[in-house]
Design a protein around this ligand. Structure first.
Ligand code: SAM
Ligand code: SF4
Length: 326
């Protein structure tokens, strides 16, 4: 098997693909209140174009794919793309990150097409607060999406909660209890003050979150079978589910970064929090061969930056996460 690596000897095997910049929600930490200027239809890669790039990347050593957005399920026929990618023999894992709103409708067909598992973003268990954080959504829809994903076997279903001081941090224990009572796998994500309304004051460091969960007992480290990410997992005594922590701000994990990103308009993004991008759409649309595309991807990967500088307060206010995929 070929191995794709960067100049810091990190093996790169994971590609996150943003299939659209559109979204059916407007989460306060992700989008500016006025929304974003949307890409045109012609800007966005077709499924066939994404497939060609994934095939080239797979030949270089990418074996794990995550589909994201915007909201990936607002793009018509996502199951078709999943089926195309699932047909590439060396791709072992195809996961989806979604807000869950449309998941009840699509979970079974996505599973049938070859999707392995889903991460669902959910920041509150309170309906009015859900509406406030997402600026328009209904909690009930996401809860139905979670149930549908579990029923379809898109497991382990992971619930991503972006923790924001004064907005939803009074629900940390409620979310952690769900890992005990309902077997949820909950991941607490440190808020990044990048594109939405939030500021650095919203941050609650993972260490503090962990301390606040002490009331539920002593959690023990736990190794999850499926996962590509930087989360650290734990379990409470007797819990079926897990608690995870993702610490992009207080304990960055750049040294073990294994990923590349493909934006909806065909740019290869080397780091979520840096602006370095390489255009793959232009060579793709002028008919570049697979070998040529592989060369461009490998060369770009070699130049992957060492890491971001959030901890030092250096923030890239460039593209919103809804365009880069989070
Ligand atoms: N719409 C899908 C969703 O919400 O899951 C996929 C795209 S969203 C940009 C991907 C992830 O980025 C979500 O889990 C979201 O919570 C996270 N995210 C967005 N803005 C963030 C921020 N400022 N800090 C931390 N995580 C953020
Ligand atoms: Fe949409 Fe996801 Fe961003 Fe929320 S976090 S606005 S659901 S892209």
């Amino acid at each position: 098997m070929t191995k794709l690596a960067d100049s810091f000897q990190r093996t790169i095997n994971y590609l996150r693909i943003s299939v659209t910049d559109r979204c059916n929600l407007r989460c306060i930490y992700c989008m500016p209140p006025e929304g974003i200027v949307q890409m045109t239809h012609a800007d966005i890669l077709t499924y066939e174009e994404i497939f060609i790039l994934v095939k080239a990347a797979a030949e270089l050593g990418i074996n794990s794919i995550r589909l994201t957005g915007g909201e990936p399920l607002v793009r018509m026929g996502l199951s078709d793309l999943v089926r195309m990618i699932a047909g590439i023999k060396t791709i072992k894992d195809i996961a989806l990150t979604t807000n869950g709103i449309l998941l009840e409708k699509y979970a079974a067909e996505l599973k049938d097409a070859g999707l392995t598992r889903v991460n669902i973003s959910l920041d509150t268990l309170k309906p009015a607060r859900f509406h406030q954080i997402t600026r328009c959504g209904e909690l009930e829809d996401t809860l139905k999406g979670i149930a549908a994903a579990e029923k379809a076997g898109l497991t382990p279903v992971k619930i991503n909660m972006v923790v924001m001081a004064g907005t939803n941090d009074d629900e940390l224990v409620d979310f952690a209890k769900k890992t005990i009572d309902d077997g949820w796998n909950v991941r607490f994500i440190e808020h990044m003050p990048v594109t939405g309304e939030g500021s650095a004051n919203d941050l609650i460091p993972a260490k503090e979150i962990k301390k606040r969960l002490d009331v539920l007992g002593k959690m023990e480290p736990f190794k999850l079978e499926k996962g590509n990410g930087p989360a650290k997992y734990y379990k409470f005594p007797g819990a079926k589910g897990t608690v995870g922590f993702i610490t992009p701000v207080t304990e960055h994990f750049c040294y073990q970064c294994n990923r590349l990103r493909l934006t909806a308009d065909g740019k290869l993004r080397l780091c979520l929090l840096r602006e370095d991008e390489i255009d793959l759409r232009e060579p793709l649309r002028r008919g570049a061969s697979t070998e040529e595309l592989k060369e461009i991807i490998a060369k770009a990967t070699a130049a992957k930056p060492k890491g971001h500088q959030l901890a030092e307060g250096i923030i890239n206010k460039g593209r919103p996460f809804s365009q880069v995929g989070g």
